[in-house]
Design a protein around this ligand. Structure first.
Ligand SMILES: Nc1nc2c(ncn2[C@@H]2O[C@H](COP(=O)(O)OP(=O)(O)OP(=O)(O)O)[C@@H](O)[C@H]2O)c(=O)[nH]1
Ligand SMILES: [Mg+2]
Length: 326
């Protein structure tokens, strides 16, 4: 055993020893290979690991299909929207999900900790948004089912580590996204993109304090494309509230409340609709018979007089209270 192995090696080695399934063993060996430094002293070890890996992989092939892993990638939607975090190993995707929700995904100081998607709910104002933590992607290895999941999501957060070559990390992830979907995952800027585009926000994590500002600025300058970006820290909480706000804005949603004639508005849980939705869309959401019966509506909100009468085509604003007249 070479003497100069990093401490992370022993952690993933322990995971390998404890792994029960072939898939877990494969993941552990991949993680070991990722942390073993490349030099003469580790040649034998790396060759041995690769041998074990190919043996396990060929055995794993024979036992397929398991179906279980597919189920791991089919995650039921909950809440107002579904947002998937994606990025290279060890950048802090799981730490961010832990900081933004009440869930506790595994966070560890070695790469390839997360082995399957992990959903959790992020509370924001009076709604909740589903975040999905995912296994890391690398140029050599991106899971097709993960890409499918990104395609279905309402928004993608590309997470990079501001302290370790974030522009290369972003380049790698962007290449994977674009290569797979032929440009269908586009940067979303101010709502003037086509229907095929999807909001993407680049999150420069580990921007723990102001001393990281320079790294972030260099990153921003090095990146050629005009990605929307935000510097945050899962560790210190820096800009996490701003991140929630940016996610909500990128999703372009409106929250509306309903009230019955002569009654107080129901503020318990808003209806959440896409920006651009109308009173008629709200009616359809409440009951499929309602649009046919709808005569008009009264609205309380920012851009109207209290109780203003509007037609079915009225564009809903975030925070509106609506009284449908059937
Ligand atoms: N300084 C600092 N460290 C962080 C921050 N976020 C995460 N870390 C550390 O970075 C390491 C990796 O964090 P994870 O959340 O496991 O990273 P990940 O992207 O989920 O990693 P994989 O599951 O392997 O893809 C851990 O040691 C975290 O404590 C941060 O904002 N600042
Ligand atoms: Mg993780």
């Amino acid at each position: 055993m070479p003497a100069n192995l990093p401490p992370e090696y022993f952690e993933v080695e322990k995971r390998y020893r404890e792994a029960k399934s072939a898939a877990d063993k494969i993941a552990a060996i991949e993680a070991m290979l990722a942390v073993v430094p490349k030099h003469k002293g580790t040649d034998k070890l790396r060759a041995d690991l690769r041998r074990r890996l190919s043996k396990l992989r060929s055995r794993d092939q024979i036992r397929k299909p398991t179906g279980k892993k597919d189920a791991d990638y089919r995650i039921e939607r909950h809440g107002a929207a579904q947002v998937v975090l994606v990025g290279p190993p060890n950048v802090g995707k799981s730490a961010l999900v832990a900081a933004l929700t009440n869930a506790a995904p595994e966070v560890a100081d070695f790469p390839h900790t997360t082995r399957k998607p992990f959903p959790a709910m992020m509370p924001y104002k009076d709604i909740s948004i589903q975040l999905i933590d995912t296994p890391p992607v690398t140029r050599q290895c991106s899971e097709p089912r993960l890409l499918e999941m990104l395609r279905k999501a309402d928004m993608v957060l590309v997470v990079v580590d501001v302290s370790t070559d974030p522009s290369r990390q972003l380049g790698d992830v962007a290449a994977i996204l674009k290569g797979s979907y032929n440009g269908s995952l586009k940067v979303h800027q101010g709502g003037n993109t086509g229907p095929a585009s999807k909001p993407v926000l680049v999150v420069a994590n580990k921007s723990d304090d102001f001393s990281r500002e320079e790294d972030f600025e260099i990153f921003r300058e090095l990146v050629e494309e005009d990605w929307p970006m935000l510097a945050v820290s899962a560790k210190t909480g820096r800009n996490l509230n701003l991140l929630k706000q940016r996610i909500f804005e990128c999703l372009e949603m409106v929250r509306v409340y309903t009230k019955a004639p002569g009654k107080e508005p129901d503020y318990t849980e808003p209806f959440v609709l896409k920006k651009g939705s109308t009173v008629e869309d709200l009616a359809a959401k409440i009951h499929r018979d309602f649009p046919g019966k709808l005569k008009c509506a009264r609205v309380w909100g920012k851009n109207v007089y209290d109780g203003q009468m509007v037609h079915r085509g009225y564009l809903l604003e975030d925070g509106d209270v609506i009284e449908l007249r059937l």
